[in-house]
Design a protein around this ligand. Sequence first.
Ligand SMILES: Cc1cc2nc3c(=O)[nH]c(=O)nc-3n(C[C@H](O)[C@H](O)[C@H](O)COP(=O)(O)OP(=O)(O)OC[C@H]3O[C@@H](n4cnc5c(N)ncnc54)[C@H](O)[C@@H]3O)c2cc1C
Ligand SMILES: NC(=O)c1ccc[n+]([C@@H]2O[C@H](COP(=O)([O-])OP(=O)(O)OC[C@H]3O[C@@H](n4cnc5c(N)ncnc54)[C@H](OP(=O)(O)O)[C@@H]3O)[C@@H](O)[C@H]2O)c1
Length: 497
Amino acid sequence: MPWTLYKSPTVRIGLRFLSNTRKSVSVVGSGPSGFYTVCRLLAKSEVPLNVTLWEKLPVPFGLSRYGVAPDHPEVKNCEDTFSRCAQEFGASSGARHTFKFMGNVSIGKDLKLRDLLDTQDAVILSYGCSGDHKLGIPGEDSTSGVFTSREFVSWYNGHPEFAGENDKLTSFPWSKVRNVGIIGNGNVALDIARVLLSNNIPQLWSSTDINPVALKALNQAPIETVKMIARRDFSHSKFTNKEFRELWELERYGIQGIIKSEFFKLEDLDMENADRVFKRRVEMISEYSLPFNQRTKKNYKKHHPPESGPTKTWEMDYLKTPLAINSNSQGDLESLTLCRNSLSPSSRVEQHSSETLTYNVDVLITSLGYGSSPLHEFGPLQIGFVKNRVANANGHVLDTNGGIVPGLYASGWIRKGSSGVIASTMSDAFEVADAVMADLESGSPPKARELKTQGLNYTTWEDWEIIDKEEKRRGMQHSKPRQKFLSVSEMLSFVKK
Ligand SMILES: Cc1cc2nc3c(=O)[nH]c(=O)nc-3n(C[C@H](O)[C@H](O)[C@H](O)COP(=O)(O)OP(=O)(O)OC[C@H]3O[C@@H](n4cnc5c(N)ncnc54)[C@H](O)[C@@H]3O)c2cc1C
Ligand SMILES: NC(=O)c1ccc[n+]([C@@H]2O[C@H](COP(=O)([O-])OP(=O)(O)OC[C@H]3O[C@@H](n4cnc5c(N)ncnc54)[C@H](OP(=O)(O)O)[C@@H]3O)[C@@H](O)[C@H]2O)c1
C-alpha cells in the first residue's frame, strides 16, 4: 500500500500543540506491527512527536525480512512503505514529527524497559514472537535432525542468529535426507515444504534472496517425500488456498501432491453449507488429483507434468498425533511414532493411543506456530503475560492484577499471538496507534526526564540504508534482489560500528 494512503486529508495542525515541546514515543520491535504503528503515529498524530523505533537486530523489518518466503517478494512491498515513512520523518528532515531508528539494541537487555517507561510518554511493545512451541514428546530436544519451523525458516532467510557456516542446519548431513515429516499444516509448513521440494529448481530460487549457504546445503538433499501431518481432519486444515495451490502447481516440475481418500471423501463433506473458500479448496483437490487430460477446468491445466512421471511427492496427512521421536545410538533421527485420532462432534481431538504407527523420517520439522516470551523485567514491573502474549485490553498493557499500566501498549504478534498476515497485523497496529494518540492528546505534559543512550552500540536508519545498498549491490551481481549480510558482526563492521 503506498505511503500516501496513510496520510489522511484530515491531518490537522493543532495550534495548541505548536510548541517546541514534543512528546516522546518508543516502539519496541521493527517488524510490520512496530513499523505500521510508527507510520500511523507519524501520519496522524496531532501532538508533535519524537518517535524512536528500537530493534534488537542492526536491521529492520522483522518477519517481513526473515520470515516471508524468498519466492514471495511482493509480500515484502510493505518495506517500501516503511522506508518512505522513515525517510520523510528522519531526524534532519525538518518535518513536524521526528523519527529515529535505533538498531542493535535489545530492549530488556541493552536498555531497560524501565528506562523507557520513565522517560517516554508512550511505549509500544511490538517485539513479536521469537520463540518456539514444543510438542513436549520424548526425543524432541535431544535428537539430531529435528528442527522447529522458526529455526528452519530463519536459516533459509539468512537470519544472523541462524545463518552462519557453523549453524546446526548448515552442518547437518543433508545428502542423506530422503523423507521429511512436518508437524502442522499452517502456511509456514507449506512454505517449508515448498522450499524442501523445489530448492534444486534454479528458475524458482536463483533470482531470490534465499540464503545461499542454506540453498547449497539443501541442494545436496535427495528429497523424495514431504509429509505434512495434522492432528485434525481435512476440513480443519490451517493453510490458505493461495499457498495450497502453489504446492499443487509444482506438478510441472514432477512434484506431485497426494491426499489419501480416507482423508478426503467428497460424499462426507457438507458442501451445501460450505463457504466459497472451502469450495475452492475442494475443487482444487478434486481437479489436481485427476490425470491432467481428465481435468475439467482450464485453471488446473496450465502446465503439463513431465511425461516421465513424478520424482517427488508431498502428502497431506491427517488425524495423527506425534507420540515419540526415535533415534539411533548416535542420537540421529530414525522415525516418528504417532497415534491415530478422531474428532468428537464438537471437533475436539480424541487420541487413540492403542492405534500407533511409525513413519521413517530423516528430518522432522515441527511447525506449530511461533512462541513468545515476556521480557525479563516483566516480573519486577508486574506486567502481565498470559497465553503466549502480553496481557492487554485493546492494546493497553495490563499488570498482573488486571489494571492498565499507564503509557504502555502492545501491538502485533506479541499482542495477539503468532497468527495473522501482514494485512491483519497492519490493522492491529493502526488500532493501537489510534489508542496511543487518543491518550497522548488528552494526557499530561511531556515527561521531562531524558533517556540516556550513552554506551549503546546502535545502528541508525542511515546505517541500514548503507547495508541495504550493499546487499542490493551484491545481489545484483547474481541477478538477485539482494544478498543479505549473514552475521551481525559483518553488518556492524560494514557500517564501522
Ligand atoms: C515463516 C513466516 C512466513 C510468513 N509469510 C507471510 C506472508 O507470506 N504474507 C503475510 O502477509 N504474512 C506472512 N507472515 C506473517 C507476518 O510475518 C506477521 O504477520 C508479521 O511479521 C507480524 O509482525 P510483528 O511486527 O508483530 O512481529 P515480527 O515481524 O516478528 O517483528 C518483531 C520485531 O521485534 C524485534 N525484537 C524482538 N525482541 C526485541 C527486543 N527485546 N528489543 C527490540 N526488538 C526486538 C525482532 O527482531 C523483530 O524485528 C509470515 C510469518 C512467518 C512466521
Ligand atoms: N503466505 C502467507 O500468507 C503466510 C505464510 C506463512 C505464514 N503466514 C501466517 O503466519 C501465521 C503463523 O503461521 P503458522 O503456520 O506458523 O501457524 P498456524 O497457522 O497457527 O499453524 C500451526 C499448525 O500447527 C498445528 N499445531 C499447533 N500445536 C500443535 C500440537 N501441539 N500438536 C500438533 N499440531 C499442532 C496446528 O494444528 P491445529 O490447527 O490443530 O491447531 C496448525 O496445523 C498464520 O496466521 C499464517 O497464515 C502466512
